[in-house]
Ligand binder design. Sequence first.
Ligand SMILES: Cc1cc2nc3c(=O)[nH]c(=O)nc-3n(C[C@H](O)[C@H](O)[C@H](O)COP(=O)(O)OP(=O)(O)OC[C@H]3O[C@@H](n4cnc5c(N)ncnc54)[C@H](O)[C@@H]3O)c2cc1C
Length: 460
Amino acid sequence: MTVPLHYILHISRVKKMAIAIIGGGISGLTLAWGLQRAGIDYDLFEASPRPGGTICSEQHGGYLLEVGPNSLQLSDELAVLFQELGLTDKVEDAAAVSQNRYVLRAGAYQPLPGTPPGLLTSKFFSLKGRYNIVRELFRKPEPVNELETLGGFFTRRFGSEVVEYALNPFISGIYAGDPAQLLLHKTFPQLAALEQRHGSVLRGLMKTKSSAGRRRIVSLAGGLQTLPNTLAAKLRRAHFGQAATRLHRHDDDGRWELDTTAGPAPRLYQHVVLALPTHAAAKLLTEQFPAEAAALAAVYYPPMTAVYTAYQRTDVGHPLNGFGALHPKAEQPYAAGSIWTSSLFSGRAPAGQVLFTTFVGGTQYEPQALEPADQQQAAVHAELSRFYGLKADAAPVWQHRHFWPRAIPQFDARILPAHAAADHLQTLGLHATANWRAGVGVPDCVRHARQLAATLAAAR
Ligand SMILES: Cc1cc2nc3c(=O)[nH]c(=O)nc-3n(C[C@H](O)[C@H](O)[C@H](O)COP(=O)(O)OP(=O)(O)OC[C@H]3O[C@@H](n4cnc5c(N)ncnc54)[C@H](O)[C@@H]3O)c2cc1C
């Protein structure tokens, strides 16, 4: 009996154990690096010719822009990754002033206290607000509620002033989100744990913070793009400019078949990892897993625009001695806030100039995110003129913007079915590592991807 050639080819492909990674943002790249170091066969497919996904640095003349993340908190996992990649010498610490954070209150920027005792000694909060903060030490913990929002939790523990003037701007700065919608257990589960363990969040924070210390805020020489570029250069089986177009699980042996824009993937895979935004992952799942695809597609990513504005230093009255300033919604601002980019790292703007990165959009400022570029840039300049003591006739030396139609996944109630779908797919060898699974910060993505690499290596 002659065996058909296609059958022999099929068997030989099946026998080769390999993992496909779809997506070459920081999550997919870190996973691939972990698998390569563990000696596991993989193929990574990234739609763009450029590695890094959301991490993207661009040089425009004398301006070095971060289109996505501006800086990273140096977690232990990130420090180890830098070491493995030989990047430790390229790490640049943010200037010491980066510890200062400002929040708009009554039309002017005021320093936000960074420690629990500072909350009480500074005049940032009213007397009533400070009284409510002290009362938190004596409030009783409430039973765990997985559906409690961040806004609900903070209102119940600290009162509405803390929510309006500290939580609200902070959440719009990190998540581009709205605390009234984001779930405590999916964003800051450690706060819920502090309430349960210590009775008071503040008491718990004071105990844990005193030993932990503050994390370094860092970038890399050449901008954050240096990280994905270095990873990509070291990966032996990364295929850039190849988007996954179809994913199919074989009923007989549970292996996965993958088509890409460059044709069928080179082999069948025992495991596939989605290192993709939920909407991109959903497209690959619709054919075979429509319910899971619908759950992933429902996750909300608000639009956001980053507007870059440079001025002559002598035109700006404000000392810009901090990381930046955030805007509470209660102040009815145009933008969510600005990072004082040229105060943080050197080489971001030509000598004698200052550079602001202003965030327009997110869940609470969606209409502004969608405005035309010229309108948006004019509105940002008008707001900067108002709050930074600009000279009356000062105009931007340079402006630029980048629009993110879907910026950051929201950990609101819609994330729950998506996580349940991902849990189910994992039992079939289809995993997910990406910010909607790991947490939105780059250090979260790195931690999650490294853990998944270790899990897959152990299961080999
Ligand atoms: C404006 C902005 C500012 C931010 N600031 C910070 C910050 O200061 N610090 C911080 O820590 N974090 C910040 N973040 C968050 C952080 O950058 C992201 O959460 C993180 O980079 C996401 O990485 P990822 O690999 O999970 O996903 P992504 O970066 O989205 O990567 C997914 C990749 O999948 C690819 N892809 C999509 N479809 C396909 C397909 N069919 N086939 C193959 N490939 C595909 C995409 O091209 C992309 O490269 C910011 C995010 C934004 C948007």
